[in-house]
Ligand binder design. Structure first.
Ligand code: AMP
Length: 581
């Protein structure tokens, strides 16, 4: 039996992303939303502490089947909440037993993801006392041996290093009940197919096999056919909700997490919204961002599921009467919200479900008004953004975070508008005494001084912080096409529909080869870990006895060489140089 599920509709809205409610819908307490999935109390507690208010679609679709012991084949990208979708059922298996042998194993393509996923397990499993050990190449093996020896519930690792441990006998497999392949397509791209198959072959007894992949190339399906039994199939990428709102201008900015508060401030300064609703993923993030934006001089209010109705009503009336200019909220809390003064919706992160993007932007552009939807994305969230574009059948333009000069120019424009407005006022004559007292000064200089006084008092202080432009790191995949600015000019770094890699390939010579035990995965892993390139941008790879040649986008060759010079491959520091035929 195969079951096929699409990410279902979300929230209480109707098809076109609008809602008929004029009041806030009652908030479902967080415990209920996750408890309904059957998770144990320790996990519910951890989720509540993290401020997760409700499961994301993939969690809602997946968790019940995984807790039922089913195999699962899931198509979902990063940012959908898929880590918790497999981590919670895996943690549920712990069942009070002391950590001895691993009961769940997660295979991931890179060291970075191994750390991220094990941190997620640690956060969710804290109250349970879960022992999670990440194992990946590049870290001294003896530290991992010690950690495994002290006892483990969950092991998260890159395939090569997992095989190493299996071979050494440091990772017994007889207690394994669940194996997860996370980002399976990336693992295949990185040349890990054989390693994955040997690991799966090494666990002959009955266990659950869970496979997540952003794309489903034939090789993934054949692994699924071979190693899974009647897998439930889940796809949270698909859906046919259409953002019907043509009047909403939609754009995204690519920013690193630590620059997001400054970037948000600068974007809001330029946009000068009538009212803005900023969405965060968790209650904790809502509180933190509200505090940060207040400290930066914005009048921000928090709205989340942890607040009672009276508090929520107070916040809403402050937004309606303009006392508050920013409302920072979770999806649950903002459900059904309908405020005339809202002009801007901001996704502080790319929303975990494409459908929730549609619901969120339905908060502006209502009743024919114009609205703006802004998304702050990290480079790793590009797939998620592409999923949204596919769902809304529209491109989201990637824009550059305004520079200090842009901000100054916008502020001066606002001052010009304010002075013009003042020129039209009929009580200017009241100020003749001031002008008379200044007789003898040049009228132009008096005007400049008065303008400066107003400009500064209007709070036009520029935060000089440099926010790096990393929009070129949001490299569009072919299915999303190349974004353009409203004026039609292609954006730097866009690859358009020219294939995964686009542009010419340059080659790097690395003085390490088969004799040193180098495999393609070692090279791809080292490059992907040390640079911003992703697996599919790396290759072709040729490995001889003594050296290896690796192809990367030509424009990245120097950067990759610099990065490789700073790192080790299989514990060695090989000579690295550009290779020309
Ligand atoms: P992932 O797709 O697993 O990389 O998760 C993306 C982000 O969403 C991570 O920062 C998670 O902490 C966060 N997240 C996952 N599930 C939820 C949830 N139910 N509510 C709020 N945030 C979540």
């Amino acid at each position: 039996m195969e079951q096929q599920h699409d990410g279902d509709d979300h929230g209480d809205d109707n098809d076109n992303g609008t809602t008929e409610h004029s009041e806030l819908a009652p908030v479902i307490p967080a415990e209920n939303a996750f408890a309904a999935l059957g998770l144990r109390p320790e996990l519910l507690q951890a989720l509540d502490d993290l401020g997760y208010e409700e499961p994301t679609p993939i969690q809602r679709e997946t968790i019940p089947y995984l807790m039922d012991g089913k195999d699962l084949l899931g198509q979902a990208a990063t940012g959908t909440g898929k880590t918790a979708a497999f981590a919670l059922p895996a943690l549920q298996l712990i069942d009070g037993r002391a950590a001895t042998k691993a009961i769940a194993m997660v295979l991931v393509p890179t060291r970075e993801l191994a750390m991220q996923v094990s941190e997620a397990f640690f956060r969710y499993g804290k109250t349970l006392g879960a022992k999670v050990v990440p194992v990946y190449g590049g870290q001294p093996i003896f530290r991992q041996l010690q950690a495994l020896d002290r006892g483990v519930h969950i092991v998260v690792g890159t395939p090569g290093r997992i095989i190493d441990h299996i071979g050494r006998g440091s990772l017994p497999l007889d207690a394994i009940k669940m194996v997860v392949l996370d980002e399976a397509d990336e693992m295949l791209d990185m040349g890990f197919a054989d390693d994955i198959e040997s690991i799966l072959e090494a666990i002959p007894h009955a266990h659950q096999t869970v496979l997540f992949s952003a794309t489903m190339p034939p090789r993934i399906n054949s692994i699924a056919k071979r190693y899974q039994t009647d897998p439930v199939k889940i796809n949270v990428v698909r859906g046919d909700t259409k953002a019907s709102n043509g009047k909403v201008r939609q754009c995204a900015y690519v920013v690193q997490r630590n620059h997001k508060p400054a970037a948000l401030g600068r974007i809001l300064d330029i946009e000068s919204p009538g009212g803005a609703l900023v969405f965060c993923r968790t209650r904790t993030e809502v509180d933190q961002l509200t505090e940060t934006m207040n400290a930066r001089g914005y009048r921000a209010e928090a709205l989340h599921g942890g607040m009672d109705q009276a508090q929520r009503d107070r916040v809403m009336s402050r937004l309606r009467d303009g006392t508050a200019e920013l409302l920072v909220a979770t999806d649950v809390a903002a459900r059904g919200l309908d405020v005339d003064t809202l002009t801007h919706v901001v996704n502080y992160d790319v929303p975990s479900a494409p459908e929730s993007y549609v619901h969120r932007i339905g908060r502006v552009g209502r009743a024919g008004r114009e609205g703006v939807a802004i998304t702050l994305a990290e480079p790793r969230e590009q797939r998620q953004l592409a999923n949204i574009e596919r769902l809304i059948k529209q491109k989201i333009a990637i824009e550059k975070v305004p520079s200090v000069a842009d901000l100054r120019a916008a502020q001066l424009d606002q001052t010009v508008a304010a002075v013009r407005e003042s020129l039209a006022a009929d009580d200017l004559d009241d100020f003749w005494p001031v002008l008379n007292a200044l007789a003898g000064e040049s009228p132009q200089r008096i005007a400049l001084a008065a303008i400066r006084l107003f400009h500064e008092m209007a709070g036009n202080i520029v935060d000089e912080l440099d926010i790096p432009d990393i929009s070129h790191r949001m490299e569009r995949r072919p299915d999303s096409g190349g974004a353009t600015r409203p004026g039609g000019k292609p954006i730097r770094g866009d690859r358009g529909a020219g294939g995964e890699k686009g542009g010419p390939t340059g080659f790097i010579h690395i003085a390490l080869g088969r004799a040193a035990g180098i495999r393609p995965g070692d090279l791809v892993g080292a490059i992907a870990n040390e640079t911003d390139l992703v697996g599919r941008e790396i290759g072709p790879i040729k490995i001889t006895e003594k050296f290896a040649i690796v192809g990367v986008p030509d424009r990245s060759v120097d950067r990759v060489i610099d990065a490789l010079k700073r790192t080790t491959i299989k514990g060695k520091k090989p000579a690295v140089r550009r290779y020309t035929d």
